[in-house]
Design a protein around this ligand. Structure first.
Ligand code: MN
Ligand code: MN
Length: 299
């Protein structure tokens, strides 16, 4: 990763942490996922940031990638464990951050939330040039198993870059023995997930999150209209809500997305629940590897 963009990363990180704090204040029993998601996205835009990807609020056994649809009726309730995951970009440079909010009355999930948070803090302590991906994974695994929970093995951290949310390297949440080293100026997101369940997620239900991965011409007028809107996202992930807002009906949007998917130019990201329906917590920060440590930009 070139040193270029570090100032933009820092700005994006600062806005992401402000938006996260704002979002945590909205995540309450009775709040609708649709409204909370829209408000957080409006906040990011009002701070001057770009939306690096749609706001996601994943509840209970869903680890990630639950994004409110335009007609989503889901309401948060007491006892829920909600993961808020959001991304901000400045000139394309992405900051990605997440936090878990325990809506149980008696802080029932206190230890589960602490497990992923501590795992993240412990990784931040060891990151410097030369640290290996295996060492990061081992630190996460040890921190979470200490609480008698399981890390989620098939989801993890990643590099971030210009108009890139999920770039190399893939950063494991378990000790894979991977000897790949991080270098100074690498920009990465670290995201431990802790669960009471299997520690394996799978793709379930339809996706509301999409990303354009190629270009092809579509013949259908509706599809072309939707494609024109999608091209404005510069290859970053997007959701139906953003297109409906441009005055295109949900039926049209869904038709076009299906056609674009069939043309092979979309990637979709369905919700990711734990295989055994265990409860899941997540913590995530984006950081820059410095000469002798790291700078957490979403602190
Ligand atoms: Mn994230
Ligand atoms: Mn991430």
């Amino acid at each position: 990763m070139a040193v270029e963009g570090l100032e933009q990363f820092r700005k994006a990180g600062k806005m992401a942490s402000q938006a996260r704090a704002y979002g945590v204040g909205l995540i309450k029993p009775g709040a609708s996922l649709f409204e909370v998601s829209e408000k957080i996205e409006e906040k990011i835009l009002s701070l001057g940031g770009g939306l690096a990807f749609p706001v996601q609020i994943s509840i209970n056994e869903i680890a990630a990638h639950y994004c409110a649809a335009p007609d989503d009726k889901t309401v948060l309730k007491e006892g829920d464990l909600a993961k808020l995951d959001l991304g901000v970009h400045v000139d394309g440079y992405v900051a990605d951050t997440a936090i878990t909010v325990d809506l149980s009355k008696d802080s029932k999930y206190n230890n589960l939330v602490k497990a992923s948070e501590e795992a993240l803090q412990n990784v931040i302590k060891i990151i410097k040039p030369g640290v290996t991906l295996g060492e990061i994974g081992r630190t996460i695994q040890d921190s979470i198993t200490k609480y008698n929970f399981s890390p989620i093995r098939n989801i993890g951290g990643h590099g971030v870059g210009k108009y890139t949310v999920h770039g190399p390297p893939s950063i494991p949440n378990i000790d894979t023995g991977d000897k790949t080293k991080l270098s100074e100026d690498d920009t990465v997101a670290i995201e431990p997930f802790a669960t009471t369940g299997a520690g394996m997620i799978y793709e379930k239900d339809n996706s509301n999150i999409f990303m354009m991965i190629g270009k092809k011409s579509a013949r259908n007028m509706m599809t072309r209209e939707v494609m024109k809107e999608i091209e404005r996202f510069n290859g970053l992930p997007f959701t139906e809500r953003w297109i409906v807002k441009k005055g295109i009906s949900l039926a049209k949007v869904n038709f076009a997305l299906r056609e674009l998917d069939n043309l092979g130019i979309l990637r979709s990201f369905p919700p990711l629940p734990d295989k055994n329906k265990g409860m899941v917590s997540q913590a995530e920060h984006t950081l820059i590897v410095t000469k002798d440590g790291c700078e957490v930009i979403t602190r």
